[in-house]
Design a protein around this ligand. Structure first.
Ligand code: ADP
Length: 481
């Protein structure tokens, strides 16, 4: 089976969040199961610099609005999955991130930059594809950035392939002024409620939901939640209408990249049989972060985008009470200026108890994951979430809100789950500081009971988080189409 996996980021070529992790892992897991999966991605400088054995593949000529485009073939540096890169100087050769400039301002021509990604995905999956000897059976296109793929497939002639939209976060929809419909070469009559239109805008994600043959999302709970007003961001009606075609599959994690026994970013490696060594990682983290070097102080870890979604304002609210209990906090992230400032102020007031690093730092994220005692993720919504799974794998029990993939991957600690050896973390229901605090206090009580704590750590470390299980489920959907 040939699968074209269309994405705007893929680890380790380029990453801003969970989509990159999935795009790095899922095609590799599919390949491992015998499928022929290839990635299609825009050629930002980071992608071209990190691509293994790049070769010019083919030139696409006279595309509307942008002219000629060079496709480069290559491979993922670690897994060897084939990659097709769209090289276009004006569109992608810029300093800054994939979506925004160095000041965090979104690029003004994102509709064009990602419309082209969708358009080329459709060209490569049509019968007139210039890659004559590789036409996909399935085009799996992800999030709003690739959201127009199925619309282009519909309007550019009978498609050979079936299309699957992967939703990693419904909050980002790619909504643009209607002028873009024509500029992107889409038929004007498609700008309708039964088509591309969403509240007067051209919506990339809505178009994907409308035109895709099937829809996947990254956890079973999120698949249900997005069909409700609370989590649907206005798209719940259309999603409910497509309920039969929506499949929720929990992400796996890259168990090579995230392996405490081999992690090169850690000053000390450990596994389930040598959990006592984890304290040395904690000590090094306290040292590096300027925290009081106290093995007994419960150290809470956070690695996250600092946005409303992630609910870290709730943690900021209950931080004073936690610090009074002798807790420490190591936080890494960036995002809303108000949240950044709130946490930085907390660190200034309690430099020996709170360390805040603003920015993106792969090495520190691994160190926090391993060195913290527990990992906090109070998300208001969470399609899947990866960090709680990294926490499980690193013997750092997660404290999470019962939503989306958090609900599907973390088992709350209580008498019943302790007896059944299934307790892996702490789960709360309401997005309030009170509910979070009560649950953190419950986790702290458990932390004080060394036997109970190590049982929870061990249960988490034994959880099957491998991609293989999820990749099998994706293959079944592809086959059914
Ligand atoms: P989301 O995709 O919504 O941001 P996920 O939990 O699904 O959240 O994935 C986030 C990924 O990005 C994880 O791999 C996490 O470790 C990483 N990450 C987030 N913020 C940072 C940061 N500041 N530095 C390093 N890695 C980060």
């Amino acid at each position: 089976m040939r699968i074209l996996y269309v994405t705007s980021e893929a680890f380790p070529l380029v990453k801003t969040g969970g989509l990159a992790d999935v795009s790095g892992s899922l095609p590799a897991a599919l390949k491992h199961l015998g499928a022929d999966a290839r990635i299609l991605i825009p050629g930002y400088p980071q992608v071209l610099a990190n691509l293994r054995d790049p070769q010019p593949l083919i030139e696409l000529k006279w595309l509307p609005a942008i002219g000629n485009v060079q496709l480069i073939g290559g491979h993922m540096p670690d897994t060897g999955v084939p990659v097709i890169v769209i090289e276009h100087r004006d569109l992608y050769d810029r300093s800054g991130g994939p979506y925004s400039d160095t000041l965090g301002q979104e690029w003004g021509d994102n509709a064009l930059r990602f419309g082209i990604l969708s358009r080329i995905a459709a060209i490569l999956s049509s019968k007139i594809s210039p890659l004559v000897d590789w036409i996909p059976d399935i085009v799996h296109f992800n999030d709003w950035q690739a959201g127009l793929t199925a619309a282009y497939m519909r309007y550019s002639g009978a498609p050979h392939a079936k299309s699957v939209l992967g939703i990693h976060n419904l909050a980002f929809q790619g909504n643009f002024p209607p002028e873009w419909v024509e500029k992107l070469g889409l038929p004007r009559q498609a700008f309708a409620p039964e088509g591309l239109e969403f509240y007067g805008h051209l919506s990339f994600l809505k178009a994907g939901i409308y035109y895709a043959d099937a829809i996947t999302t990254v956890s079973p709970s999120y698949a249900r939640e997005i069909q409700t007003a609370e989590y649907g961001f206005g798209l719940q009606g259309l999603l409910a209408h497509r309920a039969r075609d929506i499949h929720g599959i929990l992400n796996g994690i890259d168990t090579q990249e995230w392996n405490p026994a081999k992690d090169p970013y850690l000053p000390q490696n450990y596994d389930g049989n040598s959990l006592d060594k984890k304290v040395r990682v904690k000590q090094a983290l306290q040292q590096r972060s300027g925290l009081h070097e106290d093995a007994a102080a419960p150290l809470l870890g956070v690695v996250s985008r600092l946005t409303h979604q992630k609910g870290l304002d709730l943690l900021l609210h209950c931080a004073p009470a936690l610090l009074e209990q002798g807790c420490q906090l190591a936080l890494l992230g960036s995002g809303d200026p108000a949240l950044e400032q709130g946490f930085m102020l907390l660190a200034q007031q309690h430099p020996r108890q709170v360390s805040v690093s603003i920015g993106y730092n792969e090495a520190l994220s691994h160190h926090i994951m391993a060195g913290a005692d527990m990992f906090v993720m109070p998300s208001r919504f969470e399609p899947c979430g990866l960090n709680q799974m990294y926490g499980l794998r690193y013997g750092t029990p997660p404290v999470v809100r019962r939503t989306g993939g958090l609900a599907d991957s973390v088992m709350d600690t209580n008498e019943f789950t302790l007896n059944r050896k299934t307790a892996t973390g702490f789960v709360f229901d309401l997005a309030t500081p009170e509910d979070l605090l009560a649950t953190l206090l419950r986790a702290l009580a458990s932390y004080g009971d060394k036997n109970q704590w190590s049982a929870i750590q061990t249960n988490g470390m034994k959880t099957d988080l491998d991609w293989n299980r999820s990749a099998q489920a994706y293959l079944e959907i592809y086959r059914s189409l």
